[in-house]
Write a protein that binds this ligand. Structure first.
Ligand code: DX5
Ligand code: ZN
Length: 218
C-alpha cells in the first residue's frame, strides 16, 4: 500500500496522557502512530522503553511504529515485540551487525525497519533490501523534536525509491515534516511521513488532513 500515511510522533504529545493522545490522533484519521525510544547513549536524549509501549498499545488500533534510537538493539527486541510493536526500526549506525538485528526483528514477528542518519548514504542499504519492510530516512539528526528539515536528504529518498524498485518496502521520513516539506518528500517517493511538533503544536492535536490536501496537490 503506497498511499501516503501520516504517522504522528508522540514525542511531541503530552507524556502524562499518551493513551488519550493516541486516541485523539487516530480519531483524526491517522492509521500509524510513531513511538520514539531514546536511550541517552545512541542519542543525547532519553524517553521511555518497552513498558511504556505496552501501556499505550491498547490505545492504538492501527500500526504501532516503534523507532529505536538505542544501542545496542538486539537485547531489547523481544521486549519491544512483546509490548506490541508492529514495526520495529533500528538504526544502521547502532551496531556492527545490522543484518543480524533485522533478522531478529522479523524472527520476533515484527516488520523490520532500518533508519539512516543524515550522514549515512543510501548505498549502505544495497545488500539489505530484501531484509527490510521499511527504511526511515532521518531528515534531522535524531534526538529531539522540532528541528529544521535537512533538504539534502530529498536526493537520498529518490535514490532509495529507485533502489527499492517494486519491493514492498515503505520509505518513511522522520524530522521536520510539515505542510511545506511533506509534498517534497512525497514527490521524491516517500509514503510514511512522521510528524511530531507539526501535529501536536500548541499542546493539542492539529488536523493531519492538512498534509493530505497538500500531498494530493502534487
Ligand atoms: C527525532 C524523532 C522524531 C521526532 C520528529 O529524533 O525520531 O520522530 O519526533 O519530530 P518533528 O516532527 O518535530 O521534527
Ligand atoms: Zn522517530
Amino acid at each position: 500500500d503506497r498511499s501516503i500515511k501520516i504517522a504522528p510522533s508522540i514525542l511531541s504529545a503530552d507524556f502524562a496522557n499518551f493513551g488519550a493522545e493516541c486516541e485523539a490522533i487516530e480519531a483524526q484519521g491517522c492509521d500509524w502512530v510513531h513511538v520514539d525510544v531514546m536511550d541517552g547513549h545512541f542519542v543525547p536524549n532519553i524517553t521511555f522503553g518497552p513498558a511504556t509501549c505496552a501501556a499505550i498499545r491498547p490505545h492504538i488500533k492501527g500500526v504501532m511504529d516503534v523507532h529505536l534510537m538505542i544501542a545496542p538493539v538486539d537485547p531489547y527486541i523481544e521486549a519491544f515485540a512483546a509490548a506490541g510493536a508492529d514495526v520495529l526500526t533500528a538504526h544502521l549506525e547502532a551496531g556492527p551487525h545490522i543484518h543480524r538485528t533485522l533478522q531478529a526483528i522479523r524472527g520476533a514477528g515484527c516488520k523490520a525497519g532500518i533508519a539512516l542518519n543524515p550522514g549515512t548514504p543510501a548505498e549502505h542499504l544495497r545488500h539489505l533490501l530484501d531484509d527490510i519492510d521499511l527504511v526511515c530516512v532521518m531528515t534531522v539528526n535524531p534526538g529531539f523534536g522540532g528541528q529544521s528539515f535537512i533538504h539534502s536528504q530529498i536526493e537520498k529518498v529518490r535514490e532509495l525509491r529507485a533502489m527499492i524498485g517494486d519491493r514492498p518496502v515503505h520509505i518513511e521520513i522522520d524530522g521536520g515534516v510539515d505542510p511545506k516539506t511533506a509534498p517534497l518528500v512525497a514527490a521524491a517517493g516517500a509514503d510514511v511521513l512522521v510528524a511530531g511538533s507539526a501535529v501536536f503544536r500548541g499542546g493539542s492535536v492539529k488536523a493531519p488532513e492538512v498534509y493530505g490536501q497538500n500531498i494530493k496537490a502534487i
